[in-house]
Write a protein that binds this ligand. Structure first.
Ligand code: PCA
Length: 334
């Protein structure tokens, strides 16, 4: 269908439903406008990627679906984004998948230490888990559009870490239950802090260390508060974009297709951006005086042990669904 044909279809549908035309007076159909909250800032590659997604949708629909991204938790705080989409307060939003771990452990399968800590493994874990995660969201009338990983997670501190002892009693910034749990298991004291609040949490002394990616360290200028980054590559947590099924179903077919097409492209592009971001952000950290290192053998051993513990804990919480994901993941790796 050409653009002008599809616009005619829009007009015909609007007329059939008795909507819009009379009130608009001009005979032109109003564009659908959607607000899209994300917890993350403008500089983050995820935000750049979702803005590109909205641009692609705008272009493909000739401006009929106009999505505005509200970054940095400015419209809705991270904790409320999922429920806001569910309740129809906003039609679409981005959040980190593992934030839903309290609802169902399968949402944090991407935050189990060393279950999948390279891009290849993360991709195959995503293939193994996507369907069950999408189904779980669908039960809440949410449609999963796409998911993109953060670069591998590591540990920022103010001193070199030789062994687990160097992490004991540190007040450690965390962002999901897995980062909280690993902090506990190394003997640190976890505190949940959202990305926009990181600089204040450090400047006020609320936290003295953090778990996150090279990307978020660079975006939040970690060098203002910290001196070392341990590139432990614990896991690659994903952001996801969800749309309310109700809002999606109100779009005409051509617009729905444009959204799905742009979403598939955003996922492919986002994974590529994430890989590139890892190297670029590590370089930015170093340029700004952060000492980047890999775990010492002693620390690596401790983190692997913790990973094994957390894998067991996760499998128990995730039950049959978790088991199915692990089996699919393992058989894809053989
Ligand atoms: N940045 C986000 C999630 C993981 C990451 O790399 C954060 O630190 O909250």
């Amino acid at each position: 269908m050409t653009v002008s044909q599809s616009r005619l279809t829009h007009l015909a549908t609007a007329t059939a439903l008795g909507l819009g035309l009379a009130t608009l007076g001009t005979g032109a159909q109003a564009a659908t406008e959607w607000d899209m909250p994300t917890p993350y800032g403008d500089m983050t590659f995820h935000t750049v990627n979702i803005r590109e997604f909205t641009e692609d949708v705008r272009e493909a629909t000739d401006g009929e679906l106009d999505i505005t991204v509200h970054s940095n938790g400015s419209l809705i705080g991270h904790a409320e984004i999922k429920n806001s989409v569910r309740r129809g307060i906003v039609p679409i939003g981005e959040l980190i998948m593992s934030r839903l771990a309290n609802e169902n452990a399968i949402f944090e399968v991407d935050s189990v230490p060393y279950l999948a800590s390279s891009y290849e493994d993360a991709e195959s874990l995503w293939e193994a888990s996507r369907e069950v995660i999408a189904e779980e969201l669908a039960e809440q009338r949410l449609r999963l559009l796409f998911a993109v990983p953060w670069p591998p997670q590591g540990i920022y501190t103010n001193q070199a870490i030789e062994s687990g002892d160097d992490l004991k009693n540190l007040s450690m910034r965390a962002y999901n239950t897995a980062s909280e749990r690993i902090a506990q298991l190394v003997g640190a004291v976890p505190t949940q802090v959202e990305v926009p609040d990181i600089p204040t949490a450090f400047s006020t002394g609320r936290v003295g260390a953090m778990i996150t990616s090279p990307a978020t360290g660079a975006d939040t200028k970690a060098w203002d508060y910290l001196s070392h980054f341990n590139h432990a590559q614990l896991w690659l947590p994903k952001n996801m974009v969800v749309v309310s099924e109700q809002a999606f179903s109100r779009l005409d077919e051509a617009t729905q297709e444009a959204v799905l097409q742009a979403a598939a492209e955003a996922e492919t592009r986002g994974w590529e951006m994430s890989r590139q971001e890892t190297d670029e952000a590590l370089a930015v950290l170093e340029e700004n005086g952060i000492e980047v290192s890999e775990p010492t053998p002693e620390l690596a051993e401790l983190l692997k042990e913790i990973g094994a513990t957390m894998t067991e804990e996760w499998a128990e919480r995730a039950g049959d669904q978790g088991q199915a994901i692990l089996e699919a993941y393992q058989s894809a790796q053989e």
